[in-house]
Design a protein around this ligand. Structure first.
Ligand code: CA
Length: 219
């Protein structure tokens, strides 16, 4: 899953990027309101963490632009603006959650997971399909109850596919969900990871829909 972090404070931005990275998310970080507009228009992120006091354009304006396009991407406001009125204004403008600074990093990550879960229409944290269970919090996968050891990238690809069982994800979409801007992507990197996943989960679990992409399927 790929997160857009919109934050102009270097210390907070560094800490949040690192924390989300350790929790297995790909993170892109922009530091002003204009750059946020540009990044959001690409629609390549699964969730945005939005500071309000930003250079060039306020976070509330960034949020208004996003929602005026009809984009339903989950947005978590993380701001030092601590009045009830600020929080109500943020939520009413279309934010899905509002976290006050200073916040606990673990709580931020847990809220991000909860928002992504809800957005995918799932109330339970464990993703289950075709005998495979994926636990996004503990970063563990089992197949018919047996643990399966996956690399971080393999885990992220499987997580993206299991978010919407049966839906076909293109190679580009999988790359977006696994890599941030700063990552070097080899030309066949996704195929290599998929090859390893198939070996570990059985050849029938991830189906290649020729010319379109990939999906998970009941074996
Ligand atoms: Ca700020």
């Amino acid at each position: 899953m790929r997160i857009l972090l919109i934050e102009d404070d270097a210390m907070i931005g560094n800490a949040v990027s690192r924390g989300l990275g350790q929790a297995g998310f790909a993170v892109d970080w922009v530091t002003d309101g204009r750059a946020a507009d540009v990044a959001l228009a690409h629609r390549s992120h699964d969730l945005a963490i939005l500071d309000l006091g930003l250079p060039k354009q306020d976070g509330m304006a960034v949020l208004a632009t996003l929602r005026s396009r009809g984009d339903s991407m989950p947005v978590l406001i993380a701001s030092a603006r601590d009045t009830v009125r600020d929080r109500i204004a943020g939520l009413d403008a279309g934010a899905d959650d509002y976290l006050l600074k200073p916040f606990d990093l673990d709580e931020l990550v847990a809220r991000v997971r909860a928002l992504l879960r809800r957005h995918a229409g799932s109330a339970t944290p464990i993703l289950s399909f075709g005998g495979v269970d994926l636990d996004p919090v503990r970063r563990r996968v089992t197949r018919h109850g047996e643990p399966v050891a996956l690399s971080a990238r393999e885990f992220s690809i499987l997580e993206a596919l299991m978010q919407r069982p049966g839906a076909v994800l293109s190679r580009e979409k999988l790359e977006e969900s696994v890599y941030g801007w700063a990552d070097e992507i080899g030309s066949n990197a996704i195929e290599v990871h998929l090859h390893h996943l198939r070996k570990k989960l059985g050849p029938g679990f991830i189906k290649n829909v020729r010319g379109v992409g990939y999906r998970v399927a009941e074996a």
